[in-house]
Design a binder for this molecule. Sequence first.
Ligand code: GAL
Length: 741
Amino acid sequence: MGSSSIWGMMRTKVLIVTLLFVAFNVMVFTLLYTFPSVRSNVSYDGKAFIINGKRRILVSGSIHYPRSTPGMWPDLIQKAKDGGVDVIQTYVFWNGHEPSPGQYHFEGRFDLVKFIKTVHQAGLYVHLRIGPHVCAEWNFGGFPVWLKYVPGIEFRTNNTSFEVAMQRFVEKVVSLMKSEKLFGPQGGPIIMSQIENEYGPIEWEIGAPGTNYTLWAAKMALELDTGVPWIMCKQDTAPDPIIDTCNGFYCENFHPNKPYKPKMWTEAWTGWFTQFGETSTHRPVEDLAFAVARFVQNNGSYFNYYMYHGGTNLGRISAGLFVATSYDYDAPIDEYGLLNEPKWGHLRNLHKAIKQCEPVLVSSYPNISWPGRNQEVHAFTSKTGECAAFLSNYDPMYPTNLTFRNVQYELPPWSISILPDCKTVVYNTAIITSKSSTAQMVPAGVELKWQSYSEEIPSAEDNDALKVAGLLEQTNLTRDNTDYLWYLIQVNISSNEGFLKTGQWPQLTVMSAGHALNVFINGKWSGSVYGSLKSPKLTFRGYVNLRAGVNKISLLSITVGLPNGGLHYEKWNTGVLGPVTLKGVNEGTRDLSNQRWSYKVGLKGESLQLHTIGGSSSVKWVEGSAFAQKQPLTWHRATFDAPKGNDPLGLDMASMAKGEVWINGNSIGRHWPGYLASGQCSGCSYNGTFTEKKCRRNCGQPSQRWYHLPRSWMKPRGNLLVVFEEWGGDPSKISLVKRTV
Ligand code: GAL
């Protein structure tokens, strides 16, 4: 055999092996990415959701994809699955996806398709709440700010401009889902969708235009033909076949508006969100489990934990009024992605117990009896003879002995026992058998060496300032591209002003619609004010040191998230709307409101992109202690190597006051440890009706001291950490911490 034919044979062999290899990989890839491509036919009846002919009790958990990073998603979803969750529920965040009209963004944290596919790969279902109103403590309730400036628009009513924009976005999302084959009947994981969000109370308030809008929204959604049921939460006017559902701390007494719709609880609040200036809320898991068991024994067949993982308001996504950066929510998975025990484990055990009862729960209605005071029994018996019972003690104080089928059962106060065979108690909502653990913040052993740069205070005469008579609304100028707007004015003080001789300085009064304000007189800080948790409005009053000649008054007005709901919240204003007056001058009070003002949108540091690696090198930073003087409006930066290991990381910001933080150019959110939590922190017992005012934590402490630094945004070496501080703080005391259990 000649050498050329040996080479020929070898080439053929290599070719065959290569082809086999490619074919194998294609097969593996196809299996991986199409699994599980079982088509789900979804319908419902008065008992439950029906998937492929089978009624189901569905355990669901909210995870909002942009409140974590794609790198965290697989682990969060797996932990939800391990916790007995069947469905992941998320809103769709319009303002994240359409930052300017017609320009869509579905990348990174906003890669909705990737998120849904990740859920699918874990073998779970999706409840997609398209809204597009989301509430959710999310900036502007999920609506893009440009929407507010569409001529003639009114939000959430039968207004053509609004409906056109809403329909375009909903259609965009549905067609994206369809093109990726993500709806159940296409083999995808989405088994239900939501249109609007808690519209019932608004419809009730505005009457006919609201009713017309509801009918329009329902028709529009149904015509999209997704093949899966639509839901309207907290809206008893939901037209057929849309299912109306309940949101709240308890939903056992809720009934859908038609007997042929299943009883669904779209938001079982696992805790509550935190606001800057407010305490944080802890919902004891015994009470949450009690509420869920109570719902299920009363014919409930779908419940969703809002939130199962709350996550972080990364960037500037949190809403007014002053919603904190942490959206931990006391959820079963904590902000950092760790299990919040014993909540996670106790709920997992509840789900196991409920699933043991599932066949009989979905095939029968309970026989209810009241064997004693505050006692209730729900006994389910199927045609085939299976039996399951829920025994309740509603007494908030005392345990009880309850007799069921001649057997005595002892029940702690405010609790339910589950007996999947009507004999054996496998679970009691008040008896925690799963492990407890406490997460801690421990120093990560990384030294941060800081440099600083002072933000410039602009002048009313700057060429690039906008000059107009009168005070302008803030969002109209910033379009919410930044929290900051400068209001600048020059005030002439004649040398014969009386106060120059007496030394009794005039009083400056600035009235603002919110949310926070820093006042500078001739370049010197003169005070900071901010709204309260009752109202974003604020008033600055201070005696100001003015001199003869030209004086510069520079007001830095700051927003902290736009409102996320309420009647016509598109009409709410922010910024210094006046009056602005100077009292104690020769003429008495000088009204500055209608004089010529100059405006500058954003900070100089923002336009220089000081938070990015490229931008940060455009200015000269000062080393050492110069910045430790708690100087307001200062940028700080430090470079560090990531600590080894996988523990989630955070920043202890207790020494700082208010501003924003970035890691490698990505904003991890606003910090505001300077706003201390007011309120009463008395003891916390699980028993008795829960509200968000109960079981508060953190009184007198910063509302949020620690800030999550996602590992996925870090590289092993040379990470750039940038802090912008509005009030002044001591960066040398910022420390990098690991969260460990
Ligand atoms: C609900 C709303 C949710 C969220 C929740 C409070 O009323 O539907 O989006 O805002 O309140 O966390």
